[in-house]
Design a protein around this ligand. Structure first.
Ligand code: ADP
Length: 241
């Protein structure tokens, strides 16, 4: 689905955390929000997810006013840095979780859920992990399961907040490639938060550079690299190369 954000603003106490954000994400696009810690990336994701509310501005998804919708009605897939898998559930039950909540009448039957979970396990290339518990998984495997759980509900929008931030470099590289493949296969409109420019440039169709609650630049990797739009962007790019 397409996302349109207009003049979005948010304060926490005296701090202006988001100051007039304008951003359009096209259907099926993978956009990275790139910026230093504290620039407002997570707050923007949380507002899209319905976990925080803006003080001003608009948020429309496929033309629908999402600020009028409760979080549970937005059908968002959300993956955090610190995997929130249910520790007492096997991988297959973690994947099934989103399909088993909601009004009883709307829930799919057991066989349908099982088939869907089997399909996801194949798609994520983790069928061998189906009957393990989260403590029996590596960090990278946990994030594959976390993404699978987010995808199980066929989300309108997929939001990823530093999903690979806690993992080491080689695993991050593998997961990036895998995420690109998953994204190509699902075509989910995806927003990926990171402070790592290599990650943003490798993964995203477009990169949104944020600094201090504002968007400093939106562009492709080449555009931002070759023509930084502000001294902030030039410094940020230089500082993290
Ligand atoms: P980023 O994801 O870019 O690191 P955040 O959106 O997490 O940035 O935070 C932006 C700013 O908002 C930071 O200064 C942070 O301390 C502040 N902030 C975030 N959440 C809250 C909150 N619930 N209460 C008060 N301040 C917050």
């Amino acid at each position: 689905m397409s996302i349109e954000i207009t003049q979005l603003a948010k304060r926490f106490g005296q701090t202006n955390v988001l100051r007039g954000i304008d951003l359009k994400v096209e259907k099926g696009e993978l956009v990275a929000l790139l910026g230093p810690s504290g620039s407002g990336k997570t707050t923007l994701l949380k507002i899209i997810a319905g976990l925080e509310w803006p003080d001003a501005g608009g948020l429309h998804v496929d033309g629908i006013d999402w600020l009028q919708l409760a979080a549970k009605d937005r059908r968002i897939g959300f993956v955090f840095q610190h995997y929130a898998l249910f520790p007492h559930m096997k991988v297959r039950d973690n994947l099934a979780f989103g399909l088993t909540v909601g009004p009883r009448a709307a829930r799919p039957g057991k066989d349908v859920i099982r088939a869907k979970v089997d399909e996801l396990l194949q798609f994520l290339q983790i069928p061998h992990l189906a009957d393990r518990f989260p403590t029996q998984l590596s960090g990278g495997q946990k994030q594959r399961v976390a993404l699978g759980r987010a995808l199980a509900i066929t989300p309108n929008v997929l939001l990823l907040d530093e999903p690979f931030g806690a993992l080491d470099a080689a695993i991050r590289r593998d997961l990036r490639r895998w995420l690109r493949d998953v994204h190509e296969a699902t075509g989910s409109t995806t927003i990926f938060v990171t402070h790592d420019q290599e990650e943003a440039f490798e993964l995203a169709d477009r990169v949104v550079v944020m600094g201090d609650g504002q968007i400093e630049q939106i562009g492709t990797a080449d555009q931002i690299h070759d023509h930084p739009a502000s001294p902030f962007v030039a410094r940020f790019m230089g500082a993290t190369v």
